[in-house]
Design a protein around this ligand. Structure first.
Ligand code: FBP
Length: 277
């Protein structure tokens, strides 16, 4: 098939250039501990149900979850195949096994692939070469490419400094990702620096561990104001008692340019810190 996607192009997993990706690879990356706050989310059906929310542009899962559950959701959910991943049981230098091929992901119905690269790891060279193969195969299948760009490893003392996060987004651009997913670098200015370095490619913020509604929406608002294209989030959605409610707020902030106050209002939630609004 002819290659049609280029970095910066719109794709099946964006809406008006923006993305709200629901990540659900935590059972592999972190283990069952991530489902404890909301035990129903150990069942992939529950999370695919959450992923049918209008605000969600794609659900990112590993192979086994996709094969076992996606057939029931293919009319309502866009699939992002997270191709590599490692368990928390692995204690070595950061690395990530490639768990399925792009060809197989395409057969299961994925519209995009996701791939972690740990820049700075002693395994960076092999990870980048694996990313090359996946990226080129994704182009053949006209699938979007999302890089989880998470610098870590022996040589990196602090992986979320502004310069490291800007380097992360640059890696995504240079290596051919359409969207690069990075940890929030701590301030709107640092996020703007990371967005500048991504040039034509897109940047989404990683959700991180669960925080309160106002705090989380404020970070997302700041990232969007700094030029980010959205969010790829797991725990801050599925660990909540009411995941659909926070998705209402995120949809407002990401796609409707709502203020945090307006997003909380849409959720029917009182601000926890009204002075900060
Ligand atoms: P969260 O929004 O829960 O942080 O999920 C984003 C994500 O990238 C997941 O896809 C992945 O499982 C997890 O974070 C990995 O986080 P870490 O590498 O920091 O353990």
């Amino acid at each position: 098939m002819k290659q049609t996607m280029i970095p910066g192009a719109d794709s099946a997993i964006t809406r008006n250039d923006k993305s709200l990706i629901l990540a659900y690879d935590h059972g592999l990356e972190h283990g069952p501990v991530d489902f404890e706050p909301n035990p129903a989310t150990a069942d992939p059906d529950r999370v695919f149900d959450i992923g049918t929310h209008d605000g969600v542009t794609a659900v990112a899962v590993q192979k086994g979850i996709a094969e076992g559950y996606y057939p029931s959701y293919e009319d309502d959910v866009t699939l992002l195949a997270k191709l590599n991943g490692t368990s928390n049981l692995w204690m070595g230098e950061p690395n990530s096994a490639v768990n399925w091929t792009v060809e197989n992901a395409a057969e299961v119905g994925a519209d995009a692939i996701g791939f972690t690269v740990y820049g700075g790891s002693n395994h960076e060279i092999e990870m980048v070469e694996e990313f090359r193969d996946a990226q080129e195969a994704a182009r053949e299948h006209n699938m979007g490419v999302v890089m989880w760009s998470y610098p870590r490893g022996q040589g990196l003392k602090n992986a979320t400094t502004p310069d490291t996060i800007a380097y992360s987004t640059r890696l995504g651009l240079e290596l051919g990702a359409d969207i690069t997913k990075v940890k929030y670098p701590g301030s709107p200015e640092a996020m703007a620096h990371a967005v500048t370095q991504a040039a034509k490619s897109k940047v989404v913020m990683s959700g991180g561990s669960k925080t309160n509604d106002q705090e989380f929406l404020t970070t997302v608002r700041n990232a969007m104001d700094a030029g980010a294209n959205g969010l790829a989030v797991g725990r801050n959605v599925f660990q909540r008692d009411n995941p659909e409610q926070i998705l209402d707020g995120l949809e407002a902030v990401i796609f409707d340019e709502a203020s945090v106050a307006d997003a909380l209002d849409r959720m029917g939630v009182e601000p926890s810190n009204p002075e900060a609004l």
